[in-house]
Design a protein around this ligand. Structure first.
Ligand code: ZN
Length: 225
């Protein structure tokens, strides 16, 4: 304990002892002084111990308050990140987020046309090249590879077996086998493969089977793409 703090405690302890009437006043009779010196030393020691306990408790309280404040800040930060990706509900109940913070919806699911060999199996999100793509849910990266018309594709497999495909990426920042949490950045928007401009082609394939409408899948999870 620093000398200054110790001196402070001693003063506080003596003051407390005097206040409690444990320390002999200056005009005490000489025959009581020896006896009272022992009592005084004991009382001062007790009061000091008490003062130290109080100081320790105050420090513990300060530490607890700091931890609570840090937790609050973290929670607010977490809420903000979720809101950036379209989720505004209870952070503890979040199941999914949008794959991008900023985009324009373009071609929807199920369209047919010259761009696609069959029905359009996903939802297109038109965005700037290099715009970060994030994990829409917690999962494991099961593929990062060039895949013909899909360009650079990352596949995220969710715990229930659903595959989420991110296509036409410029680059990927995750590797196969990596576990990701929702809102983790996995790569960026690009125009690789069969693409007429930078966009994300997002596919959602329950049980790694046929694709379903990503818009419905996202809406079912409280999102409004
Ligand atoms: Zn598409």
């Amino acid at each position: 304990m620093p000398a200054l703090k110790r001196a402070g405690l001693l003063v506080a302890a003596i003051a407390a002892a005097v206040g409690l009437g444990l320390v002999a006043p200056a005009h005490a009779a000489p025959e009581t002084v020896v006896h009272q010196d022992a009592r005084t030393a004991e009382a001062v020691a007790e009061a000091m111990a008490l003062a130290e306990q109080v100081a320790e408790r105050q420090q513990t309280l300060v530490a607890l308050n700091r931890r609570a404040a840090a937790r609050d800040r973290e929670l607010i930060g977490h809420r903000e990140v979720l809101a950036t990706y379209g989720y505004h509900g209870d952070p503890d109940a979040v199941r999914a987020v949008l794959p991008l913070a900023s985009y324009d919806l373009s071609a929807g699911f199920g369209l047919t046309g010259p761009l696609w060999e069959a029905e359009h199996g996903g939802q297109d999100f038109s965005a700037y090249a290099g715009e970060p793509l994030v994990a829409v849910a917690d999962g494991v990266v099961t593929e990062v590879a060039y895949a013909g018309p899909y360009g650079l594709r990352t596949i995220l497999t969710l715990p229930d077996g659903t595959e989420v495909w991110y296509c036409h990426q410029t680059d990927a920042t995750v590797v196969v086998g990596q576990e990701v949490a929702l809102t983790d950045v996995i790569g960026s928007v690009g125009s690789t493969g069969n693409s007429t401009g930078p966009h994300l082609h997002l596919e959602v394939r329950p049980a790694a089977g046929s694709p379903v409408d990503p818009m419905e899948w996202l809406r079912d999870r409280g999102l409004e793409p």
